[in-house]
Ligand binder design. Structure first.
Ligand SMILES: Nc1ncnc2c1ncn2[C@@H]1O[C@H](COP(=O)(O)OP(=O)(O)OP(=O)(O)O)[C@@H](O)[C@H]1O
Length: 257
């Protein structure tokens, strides 16, 4: 697979200075988590890495090629994106929505085949929404809708997954199943780059972390090097207590007395 790379990348946040230029590669088998407070620029970074927003400086590359030089179709065969916001204005069923994941692989007027439908149905089953395949997506609950969005990217089968808060709206069991599914994706030779608000899920499931501060400062690297309580307290402007559970650190906010 072509690793997704940020090269001297400065994301464009109106009214903010350049901050730290980002230089990292999301390699095969890796699971990256992006942590930062509200407004730090996590969604902007994800959209820039997906080629949906232009960087202020630097570039995003897939392998050797800058995204700007690649056709949208080539990009969408390699990068899949789970958005934070849902646009459900169009009355599509759950199965039709999952089948959108096959579009990068079809020619413009080609209909989805039986094999495409089998892939979509399998992905919906994996996300525990197969029983909803005939329902209109705008009638689903928030968590069901989130799982359909993830099933759509699973149907797309990109090498690199970009996800904006994938555990949003999910109950604990489905949070764990989604993170487990992403772990399996990484183990099977793909890669994952996701924004997470839950520090403890990130500590448990990510092998690399990128901390994004509201002033544009950033640091990244292997998770164990990034999970430094003082850095996390500064990131969230929140005092933390740290305990170790099951070999991983667990961070608990200190209660004001
Ligand atoms: N089109 C725009 N015009 C002006 N400011 C914008 C625009 N888009 C984003 N911003 C600002 O850029 C900053 C970063 O936004 P972004 O959505 O990337 O943050 P985030 O880290 O994902 O936040 P959250 O955790 O709340 O989802 C915010 O202060 C936001 O208000």
């Amino acid at each position: 697979m072509n690793p997704l790379q940020a090269r001297k990348l400065v994301i464009d946040i109106p009214g903010r200075g350049d901050g730290e230029a980002l230089n990292f590669a999301v390699e095969q088998g890796q699971i990256w988590g992006v942590l930062g407070p509200n407004g730090a620029g996590k969604t902007t970074l994800l959209h820039t890495l997906a080629g949906l927003r232009s960087p202020r400086r630097g570039s995003v590359c897939l392998g050797k090629h800058p995204l700007a030089d690649l056709k949208r179709r080539t990009i969408s065969q390699q990068l899949g994106m789970v958005f934070q916001e849902r646009q459900d204005g169009f009355p599509a069923t759950v199965l039709e929505t999952a089948l959108i994941g096959r579009h990068p692989w079809l020619s413009p007027w080609q209909m989805e085949s039986g094999a495409d439908e089998r892939l979509a149905r399998r992905a919906l089953d994996q996300l525990d929404v197969g029983h909803l395949s005939d329902r209109l997506v705008n009638t689903l609950s928030g968590g069901e809708r989130q799982r359909v969005a993830i099933a759509t990217v699973l149907t797309q089968a990109p090498d690199t997954w970009l996800l904006d808060e994938p555990t949003n709206h999910l109950d604990l069991h489905h949070q764990v199943s989604v993170l487990q599914l992403l772990t399996e994706q990484a183990r099977s030779g793909r890669s994952v780059f996701m924004c997470l608000h839950d520090l403890n899920l990130a500590a448990r499931w990510c092998d690399h972390l990128l901390l994004l501060y509201p002033n544009g400062e950033a640091c990244w690297g292997p998770a164990e090097r990034m999970l430094v309580p003082a850095a996390l307290e500064r990131l969230y402007d929140q005092e933390l207590l740290t305990v170790e559970v099951d070999g991983a650190p667990l961070f608990v906010p200190k209660k004001a007395v």
